[in-house]
Every structure is written in structure tokens, then in C-alpha cells.
Design a protein around this ligand. Structure first.
Ligand SMILES: C[S@@+](CC[C@H](N)C(=O)[O-])C[C@H]1O[C@@H](n2cnc3c(N)ncnc32)[C@H](O)[C@@H]1O
Length: 241
């Protein structure tokens, strides 16, 4: 049973308050600089997220009850284990397909030794490699509905290719979440060594994707209430089969 005290009108009013928006954005910019998202763990594994987004993902999972959650970009496995823990709570036989171009041996060993490991399938390779997408599609054919969370290479071309490869797996009512869209907003010195940055980011990929796609739309209610989110503009709801 869900009791949700959330009041969409109050949240929309808060989101429209320019001063609140400005403070939220500043909080984000300052904490990003201090690598705030590296401070947390989930059931023993480092989870590189803002806690607000973890709450939002929990709400989506409880509401939409996915049978498969696809995560691109596993790193230490904290979000992977979070997804597995939610699927465990849902009952069923749901699983997580965690894709990473490089799963370091110590991370793999810790994820495989985790009490929730039986719900996790690790797939090593680039998330846009057809061999990898075929493995994910094969699992998606058996476990539905599918939810997708993109959190790997944050360049526009890569995220756009991921959106094209994984969006067909999500059916009406399901979510496709693009993390780290706020690469577009924060201090660009954070990405000096990275191939992505302002104008070449998950957010610019989402814009390009939504311009031609008619199956997904932004669920703005989620970011309205979060205010602080690394996935602004990235909570996409599938509205058409
Ligand atoms: C931001 S971390 C993921 C954080 C993780 N989702 C979490 O919440 O804790 C990004 C990961 O993406 C992986 N990655 C980079 N390029 C990739 C690619 N082409 N395909 C799959 N994974 C990739 C990196 O190896 C890294 O582990």
C-alpha cells in the first residue's frame, strides 16, 4: 500500500520559486566541486549518487515494479546493489543487468560476494557494443517490465547511442533515467580530464533524443520535488508503446 503525502501543487509552487531554485542550484554546484556524491554507500557498496535521486528511484521502482533494471556504469556497485535490494523487497524474481566497460576485480569480487548477488548479472563491455546490448535485450525478453538507468560515459554521442539502444526495452508506464545531466550546469573545471562538458553532456543527448522521439517525455514532477538532483531533465517516462 502506498501513502504519498506529496502535493503536486505545492511542489510545483516550490519549483517555481526563483530564490529556492537558485539556492538549490548553488548547493549543487558547490557540493559537486567537493565530490559530495562520493560520500555514501548502500548496503556496504559505494553509491556515487545524490541521496535525493536514490529516494526518487526508490519511489519509481515501488510504483512501477520492474522485473529488470538495466544500469549502465556500475563502478563500485552501490547503485546496482540498491536496485537489487529494491527488487528483493518487491518479492518476484526481478534482476539487475549491470553493464560496465571495466569491472575492476575488487569491485566484481565484492559485488559477487554480496548477499544480494543472486539478483545481479554483471556484463563487462561498452554499453553501446552490439554484443552487450544483445545480452541485455535477451534478459529483457524474459524479465518485464524494464527500467533503464544510464550512468556510464557522459558524452553526448555515447548517451544518445545508449538512449537509442535501450529505450526500445522500456514499455509504456516505465522509466528511462539519465543520470548526471547536470554536467551541463556545474563548474566545468570538474571535467577538465573528461571527454564531456557543457554542450556535450547527458542533458544535450536527452534534448537531441526527445526532439525526434515520441515515446518518452520528461516527468518534470520528479525534479520539481527533488530540487537537488543530478538527473535534472533526465527522468523520462515512456508514454507510448
Ligand atoms: C559514474 S560511474 C557509475 C556510478 C554508479 N552508477 C553508481 O551509482 O555508483 C561511471 C562508470 O561508467 C563506466 N563506463 C565508462 N564508459 C563506459 C562505457 N562505454 N560503457 C559502459 N560503462 C562505461 C566507468 O567504467 C564507470 O565505472
Amino acid at each position: 500500500m502506498t501513502h504519498d503525502p506529496y502535493d503536486p501543487e505545492a511542489a510545483a509552487k516550490m519549483a517555481a520559486d526563483r530564490e529556492t531554485q537558485k539556492l538549490a542550484r548553488q548547493f549543487f554546484q558547490k557540493t559537486y566541486e567537493h565530490r559530495y556524491s562520493y560520500n555514501f554507500s548502500w548496503l556496504g557498496r559505494p553509491i556515487i549518487q545524490y541521496p535525493q535521486d536514490v529516494i526518487a528511484l526508490q519511489e519509481i521502482i515501488w510504483r512501477t515494479r520492474p522485473g529488470l533494471i538495466v544500469e549502465t556504469g556500475v563502478a563500485h556497485g552501490g547503485l546496482t546493489v540498491f536496485f537489487a535490494s529494491m527488487l528483493e523487497l518487491l518479492g518476484g524474481d526481478g534482476e539487475v543487468a549491470g553493464v560496465d566497460i571495466e569491472i575492476r576485480p575488487h569491485n566484481r569480487a565484492a559485488i559477487e560476494a554480496h548477499p544480494l548477488a543472486r539478483r545481479i548479472r554483471l556484463i563487462e563491455g561498452s554499453s553501446v557494443d552490439p554484443k552487450v546490448t544483445a545480452q541485455v535485450a535477451e534478459r529483457a525478453a524474459r524479465k518485464r517490465p524494464v527500467m533503464v538507468v544510464l550512468d556510464s560515459n557522459h558524452s553526448q554521442a555515447h548517451v544518445l547511442a545508449e538512449l537509442q539502444a535501450y529505450s526500445p526495452l522500456v514499455a509504456r508506464g516505465g522509466y528511462l533515467v539519465v543520470m548526471d545531466t547536470i554536467v551541463e550546469w556545474v563548474d566545468q573545471r570538474a571535467f577538465a580530464e573528461r571527454p564531456w562538458g557543457r554542450g556535450d553532456s547527458p542533458m544535450s543527448a536527452v534534448r537531441q533524443f526527445l526532439a525526434v522521439d515520441d515515446r518518452f517525455e520528461l516527468d518534470a514532477r520528479i525534479e520539481e520535488k527533488l530540487l537537488i538532483t543530478a538527473a535534472a531533465g533526465g527522468y523520462l517516462l515512456c508514454v507510448k508503446d
